[in-house]
Design a protein around this ligand. Structure first.
Ligand SMILES: Cc1cc2nc3c(=O)[nH]c(=O)nc-3n(C[C@H](O)[C@H](O)[C@H](O)COP(=O)(O)OP(=O)(O)OC[C@H]3O[C@@H](n4cnc5c(N)ncnc54)[C@H](O)[C@@H]3O)c2cc1C
Length: 1002
């Protein structure tokens, strides 16, 4: 553990103890009684930035050096090196640019450490959001200082960022004066900069206190007569400042503030009510503070005589139906306390609105700690793990309450919780909708269609998260679960998923810091999945597969809640000052919810081969009768194979006459035009003109079109009226496609190449008439090419859920951002930077990609496999010719036993693969692409590796010539090899096949 962490953790432990003692003793240990306000002789407090308000560069460096294996202390030595003429100080005075600084600083660091030091990375960390968060203790102190009417200033040695702005990641509104060295060209400890600060404050040195962590800076201030505080430990420094100022800088009750104007309650009426309730004659006035959290039901700290209470009430104004039911909170807490769940002890429910304006209830004040930041800064990894485990356990406890024994059987409906919740939150959202949020609209459609089947009914908290738990100040024990407003009976998994939402939010998220950009292993915090497993293990239940649904639903629910808060903020009733920000956040949350809906969609899609493998009846095998023209060909039995749609045609001779004739013409075209053109086409491919269409290809395309050998790929099922294609079935096309596969150049010549075929089929199936006119027709005519851009360099793209590219709606456009590569049609790498696409270009509609994927991926994959059979046939043909003519060690190679074995093996493997390809194509024809998914996965697994082996054997017998460009073998090999991961790696298809095997063939 690095020093900074150690320091923070010991600080925190002191803070734990201090907070605890304060609660039990009513004051801070060792603190004096605060008798007056004002600040004595002091009128202004001046803060240094790094090391006082934010972590210092030195402390940031300590951690960074460990992570980057740089000798400890290198950065600090380089920072002070050269004194006021060193690069750091010059940079602070803006005498050198960032670039010059980094260069000089990097050189210095390398000299000091005798190793290359990546100072850019240090600089990025130093200026990153992760380390530029103001210490909360200082924020609180500044608030208190200003509340007493004193001035505050920040006096910082800082620098310009490469974007031209000065580096000051602070809320400037906290300060009356901001003095930045890079703007002034003067640095601390130069006395001029202190004088400047005092001048701007309009204060004498003796009226000011200056806090800094560096001795020389303090010395210079002191020499001017400013009172100084050295900050080496934040708590101690704040305490010293409190002593000098004479008033407290921390709130007496943690997480409270003076009651906000719009949230005031009639104190007299409350006091009278409490006197009656408690039977107390108070000696002092009633103390009232407001808790900062509790967006929904305003919550107050109340102190009367010795009684410390918490009051929770409905917000004022017109409320949404069924929301803010404080009566239910009171009931559940009472019942749960009896069932052994840690909750604050409830004392009284007052449903009479005339007392303070709304119904309310009272509970005992529980001293304890609330962790607002889920990364638990300052704790040890083992402490963090303990906190998360305790949270998990208490959730299990809530979900294990015996409803009957607790008298809670009628606390909510049994069953269909998620379905009801979805409808409730849709209604709540609609009731507070202010404008259309596209992701919300999609979710409103999607969620009801993907509801889980509820297995259990338990008490659910409804808002179970870390900052609704009060922990023991010194141990990882939950002393109370707070905020039961949304509790009911329901599906406990909804609580678990909701509990993990922070895992999916970034650490800088405004209303609730998250963990998505944190290293959980290093922090000792379980991942969401581990946390869920921990829960399942403890509850003794199996983990659910549709976890992402629950997360999507949870984010949807938050978005709906935020929308309610936002709407109320517009009418001035919101109980939190942050409510106004929530408008934007609703949209963010709904987009996040949609991301999880997509993930769940992918899971469902991956399960799709999950439609049962077909029964044997669809596999009508033809009987062997007469040998065909190819030596390996078998033809059909007495009834013509093509007479039945359900017959598998496994030789060209079995094809219907029209198709057989096409097949013959195709073969002749290949012989006459394509094979002879290969040397010229290959030359073009390696020439400087390779980025422009080959004139020869264009010429051959016209010839193929003229001969009706055009768009043969488009299946009859997609195009029943033969409007766009030749009207072949997938199985018929398989025989023709195999022929095209014998030359790498052929598919384009017949307008049958990937990815155009899949894209054309997609447009035929799902495109609007306008889209067809604009995109499909030019593609069908061979006048345009298309692409399929999915793979991204920065993520493992074989897992589609990793994809990072984004699409958002804006002013009638979709705006696309992302980085793609391996885009076939040049295998290009393309950056999409805020690309605006008119909305009408969306195919089928937002969120309907899975429907398209079903139609799009199957045919594309099987076409590759069909071509690979042809490719293997050609490799084998070349191999056979070669071994007959090539003589080694006195005899033709064909007489070598190993060569014979290789030929035999190749033949067998091609035959096996062909049968599987044909079977898959056949099932696509008779039962549809979706039903054929398993067979497509099988052939996608088999064909590329079969082809690689056959071609490899051919290359082997060719010797070095096999690798040369004199023969197509090396190119064939590369193509076949690439297809072992293009269109999904073998492993992914293997997993799908195995899953199916286990699921449906037991
Ligand atoms: C010639 C060529 C053309 C291409 N054309 C296109 C195109 O037009 N459009 C497009 O979007 N992309 C295209 N691609 C990219 C191709 O689709 C991807 O390379 C492929 O999906 C794999 O993604 P990845 O490269 O990110 O590999 P990763 O996802 O990083 O995977 C790497 C390897 O990890 C292993 N692996 C992955 N998942 C599993 C698992 N579940 N179990 C075990 N092992 C696993 C596999 O061995 C896999 O090969 C093309 C690639 C090539 C070579």
């Amino acid at each position: 553990m690095c020093l900074r962490r150690l320091l923070q953790s010991s600080q925190l432990q002191r803070a734990w103890r201090a907070a605890f003692l304060k609660h039990v003793q009513g004051r801070r240990p060792g603190a004096r009684r605060w008798t007056h306000s004002g600040g004595g002789p002091y009128r202004a407090v001046i803060f240094d930035m790094g090391g006082v308000l934010l972590p210092s560069p030195g402390s940031v460096a300590t951690e960074w050096e460990v992570q980057n294996h740089i000798p400890s202390g290198t950065i600090v030595k380089a920072l002070i090196s050269g004194g006021e003429n060193g690069p750091w100080m010059k940079f602070m005075r803006a005498e050198i640019t960032t670039e010059d600084f980094l260069q000089e600083f990097g050189r210095l660091c390398s000299e000091i450490s005798k190793t290359s030091v990546p100072v850019d990375s240090f600089f990025s960390l130093l200026t990153s959001e992760r380390v530029t968060k103001q210490f909360p203790v200082m924020t609180e102190a500044i608030t208190q200082i200003r509340a007493k009417g004193l001035q505050t200033a920040v006096l910082s040695n800082n620098f310009y960022l490469p974007n031209g702005k000065s580096f000051l990641p602070l809320d400037r509104k906290q300060f009356d004066v901001v003095v930045e060295s890079c703007l002034e060209g003067v640095c601390k400890p130069d006395p001029r900069i202190y004088k400047l600060c005092l001048e701007r404050l309009g204060r004498q040195p003796s009226e000011s206190i200056f806090l800094d962590d560096l001795g020389p800076n303090l010395k210079a201030a002191a020499s001017l007569g400013i009172h100084t505080i050295k900050v080496h430990d934040l708590e101690t420094a704040v305490k010293e400042l409190e002593t000098l100022l004479g008033f407290p800088l921390r709130m007496a009750v943690p997480n409270t503030r003076p009651v906000r104007k719009t949230m005031e309650i009639p104190k007299d009426a409350l006091e009278k009510y409490l006197k009656d309730l408690l039977g107390t004659q108070p000696t002092g006035p009633l103390e009232l503070l407001q808790f900062d959290h509790g967006q929904s039901n305003p919550t107050y700290y109340v102190k009367l005589a010795n009684h410390q209470l918490v009051l929770r009430k409905k917000p004022p104004g017109t409320l949404l139906p069924s929301a803010h039911a404080v009566e239910r909170e009171f009931r559940i807490m009472k019942a749960l306390a009896n069932a052994g769940v840690p909750v604050p002890k409830v004392l009284d429910l007052c449903e009479d609105s005339s007392v303070i304006g709304t119904p309310f209830y009272l509970m005992e004040y529980c001293p304890g700690l609330i962790y607002k930041d889920p990364s638990l800064p300052g704790l040890e990894p083992s402490q963090r793990r303990a906190i998360y485990t305790a949270m998990n356990r208490v959730l299990c406890k809530i979900h294990s309450v015996d409803l009957k024994a607790a008298g809670l059987e009628d606390y909510g409906k049994h069953g269909d919780y998620v379905a009801r919740q979805v409808q409730t939150w849709i209604k709540q959202y609609r009731a507070s909708e202010t404008s259309t949020i596209p992701a919300m609209e999609r979710l409103i459609e999607w969620l009801p269609l993907h509801l889980p089947r509820q297995q259990r009914t338990t008490v659910v908290h409804g808002d179970f998260r870390l900052d609704n738990l009060l922990f023991h100040p010194e141990t990882a024990e939950v002393v109370a679960v707070l905020d039961w407003e949304l509790s009911t009976l329901g599906d406990p998994l909804a609580d678990v998923a909701y509990n993990c939402l922070a895992h999916y939010l970034p650490s800088g998220f405004p209303i609730q810091p998250g963990l998505s950009d944190c290293d959980l292993t290093e922090l000792g915090i379980p991942t969401a999945e581990d946390y869920f497993r921990m829960y399942c293990l403890h509850m003794g239940i199996p983990p659910t597969e549709n976890w992402n649904f629950y997360v999507a639903f949870s984010f949807f629910r938050i978005a709906a809640i935020l929308q309610g808060v936002y709407k109320r903020s517009l009418t001035g009733q919101a109980s939190s000052a942050t409510a106004k920000q929530t408008g934007k956040l609703t949209e963010f949350m709904s987009n996040l919810a949609w991301d999880f809906a997509i993930k769940e969609g992918f899971r469902v899609f991956k399960e799709m081969p999950a439609t049962k493998p077909l029964t044997r009846s669809l596999h009508t095998w033809c009987l062997l009768r007469t040998p065909g023209t190819r030596s390996y060909v078998t033809s059909t039995d007495s009834s013509p194979a093509y007479a039945s749609k359900e017959a598998l045609i496994f030789s060209p001779e079995g094809l219907p006459p029209r198709v057989r004739e096409l097949y013959q013409r195709l073969k002749e075209f290949m012989e006459r035009h394509v094979y002879p053109a290969e040397p010229e086409l290959q030359r073009h491919q390696t020439s400087a003109e390779r980025w422009t269409p080959s004139p020869l290809v264009e010429d051959l395309k016209e010839k193929a079109k003229a001969e009706g050998l055009w768009n043969l790929f488009l299946p009859l099922e997609t195009d029943p009226e033969k409007k766009y294609g030749a009207g072949l079935t997938n199985m018929e096309y398989a025989h023709l496609c195999e022929v095209m596969g014998t030359s790498l150049y052929a598919p384009e010549i017949f307008n049958c190449s990937a990815p155009d075929t899949g894209n054309m089929e997609l447009l035929v199936r799902y495109g609007t008439e306008e889209q067809k006119a604009r995109w499909l027709i030019p593609l069908l005519e061979g006048k345009a090419r298309s692409c399929f851009a999915m793979t991204e360099p920065q993520v493992a793209s074989s897992d589609a859920t990793n994809i990072e590219s984004s699409i958002r709606e804006e002013d009638g456009f979709y705006v696309i951002s992302g980085h793609k590569w391996w885009i076939t049609g040049g295998h290009g790498e393309v950056l999409f930077e805020q690309v605006r696409v008119p909305k009408e270009n969306m195919v089928l509609g937002p969120g309907r990609g899975f429907e398209i994927a079903q139609g799009r991926l199957g045919p594309g994959r099987i076409h590759h496999c069909m071509r690979l059979i042809g490719c293997s046939e050609r490799a084998l043909a070349l191999m056979k010719a070669r071994v007959k003519s090539r003589v080694a060690f006195g005899k033709p190679l064909v007489e070598q036993g190993t060569v014979l074995a290789d030929i035999a093996l190749s033949r067998v493997e091609i035959e096996q693969a062909r049968l599987l390809v044909l079977k898959a194509a056949h099932i696509m024809d008779v039962a549809g692409n979706k039903a054929a998914a398993l067979d497509i996965a099988m052939i996608k697994m088999v064909a590329p590796s079969m082809a690689s082996r056959v071609i490899d054997r051919a290359i082997q017998v060719f010797g070095a010539a096999g690798l040369s460009s004199n023969y197509p073998l090396a190119q064939f090999f590369t193509g076949a090899r690439a297809l072992r991961f293009a269109d999904g790696p073998d492993e992914v298809h293997r997993a799908a096949v195995a899953k199916m095997e286990l699921k449906h063939r037991s």
